[in-house]
Design a protein around this ligand. Structure first.
Ligand code: PRT
Ligand code: ZN
Length: 226
């Protein structure tokens, strides 16, 4: 267990947000001693520990107060917030900064051969997704009576496999959709990585003072890249 007086930051262990998040921490002067297998990495020059986990776990770790800060995609954050609200679990957090990386969109895509005339064409259909809460919120807002089918992987092959009629998945270049004979029809959420912290006022004074010193440095690094 790490010392609870040290600021704890959750980052994705290995995935699309890992390198950019670690580079940013380095760029703002936090020296880290990362050993690949370990869950925790200690900073050698600041009272900061990194918790390296799957991105899916980061919203809950922040909302449960296990870590103080976390770098997470807005898509995952919003989905977990809706899931936790539905289960009456704590779902509060504060967004400190929206980052300039991790950009993608959550879109509904349909097989090329489907006769798609607009979202009404999804009535009565099954849509495979890893983001059922975001998708069902979208259906509710649009008055569409479709079903979200939860799949944690291989979403793009679901229509071909006969598991669903359409999909709702993250898109960046669109190459994955194209390779699977799917056409993007509706963007339901636009996402970037964000730095979040525990609910307003949840950090003690020393930790909050440290966060207040780090955030302007993040702004400086992002401005220098523009
Ligand atoms: O192991 P762990 O659970 O930590 O990682 P993960 O596999 O769940 O997540 P990871 O590393 O793939 O993505 C982490 C975050 O990166 C996502 O939650 C998004 O916020 C962001 N991000 C940005 C993306 C993409 N772009 C992206 N293109 N996440 C996933 N994709 C996938 C998408 O699901 C699809 O399979 O890339 C494919 C589409 O890419 P294109 O370029 O072909 O359109
Ligand atoms: Zn994940």
């Amino acid at each position: 267990m790490s010392d609870s007086r040290r600021l704890r930051i959750a980052v994705q262990k290995s995935g699309r947000l890992s390198d950019d998040s670690l580079s940013l921490l380095k760029a703002i002067g936090i020296k880290l001693n990362i050993r690949d297998r370990l869950l925790i990495a200690h900073s050698t020059n600041q009272p900061i520990d990194l918790l390296r986990v799957r991105d899916d776990d980061i919203p809950g770790l922040v909302m449960d107060g296990v870590v103080d800060l976390g770098f997470i995609g807005e898509n995952e954050l919003e989905e977990k917030m809706l899931e936790r609200q539905a289960a009456s679990k704590p779902s509060e957090f504060e967004v400190l900064r929206r980052m300039d990386y991790g950009g993608c969109r959550l879109s509904i895509a349909v097989p090329q051969e489907m006769n798609y005339q607009g979202i009404e064409s999804l009535n009565g259909k099954k849509v495979a997704t890893t983001y059922p809460y975001l998708l069902e919120r979208f259906f509710a807002q649009k008055g569409i009576n479709a079903k979200a089918v939860m799949l944690t992987g291989s979403v793009e092959v679901a229509p071909r496999a006969g598991v669903a009629d359409a999909i709702c998945d993250l898109v960046s270049t669109g190459a994955t959709l194209e390779a699977n004979g799917l056409v993007e029809k509706e963007v339901i959420f636009r996402s970037k990585a964000v730095l979040i912290q525990r609910a307003d006022g949840a950090l003690d004074d020393d930790k909050q003072a440290l966060v207040n010193r780090l955030v302007p440095r993040i702004d400086g690094v992002m401005q220098a890249k523009e």
